[in-house]
Design a binder for this molecule. Structure first.
Ligand SMILES: [Zn+2]
Length: 217
């Protein structure tokens, strides 16, 4: 019994052989005439109307695509970039004329996963920095600039930033901030879900007011 890996290797080898044979025929025969005799596996005619952007910039356009062997840049596996994939890449995805397959599917997926993980990590770090920066405003005075920053944080898509903004207002505890915190508390009934923002904001505001009550009430 053959393993899937063996089977895939054989398919690739067949494709590469087939492409070499086709290439030899295309040296003496026109691709269009050749495929007029019937569809040829491993050969796709180019649709030049979808490649016009190349012509203006680079001159000659391809007449056809042929299965193409390449070595994966990362793992060294011998791979085939099929004629169908090339046609899709250049004509549908409008890939760059200079680009071609350099990595196998598994290595492309691994790279993508790494990129996603890296950007999520960067996002988490940024958020942490932003929370720290915002929290530091609490020890200052509510002059217009920090106030504007707290207002902006209240509109943030990140809940944790909005929570810190309310806490900072509680620490400032001026009449404007107290009024705003009380508005949050009054809004508690508008949020129905257990995880609703209105409810959470009201609870954070209640705690902030309770802490400030000793000083300002
Ligand atoms: Zn690879």
């Amino acid at each position: 019994m053959k393993s899937n890996k063996q089977r895939r290797t054989e398919i690739k080898a067949r494709r590469i052989e087939r492409a070499a044979a086709l290439e030899a025929r295309l040296r003496v025969q026109d691709a269009r005439k050749l495929s007029a005799e019937g569809p040829l596996q491993g050969l796709e005619l180019a649709d030049k109307s979808r490649l016009v952007r190349y012509n203006a910039m680079y001159g000659d356009m391809p007449d056809f695509y042929l299965d193409q062997a390449y070595i994966c840049r990362d793992c060294g596996a011998e791979e085939v970039w099929t004629a169908k994939q090339q046609k899709w890449w250049y004509e549908t995805a409008q890939g760059s004329v200079y680009s071609q397959a350099v990595r196998c599917r598994a290595c492309r997926q691994a790279r993508r996963a790494l990129r996603v993980a890296a950007s999520a990590h960067a996002g988490a770090n940024l958020l942490r920095e932003e929370v720290t920066r915002l929290r530091a405003l609490a020890s200052g005075k509510p002059t217009p600039e920090p106030q504007a920053q707290v207002e902006a944080a209240l509109q943030s898509k990140w809940r944790s930033l909005r929570v810190v903004a309310i806490e900072v207002m509680g620490c400032w505890g001026g009449p404007e901030q107290i009024a705003q915190l009380e508005a949050f508390v009054a809004g508690r009934s508008r949020g129905h879900g257990y995880r609703s923002w209105e409810r959470e904001a009201a609870d954070v505001a209640t705690r902030a007011l309770a802490r400030g009550a000793r000083v300002y009430r």
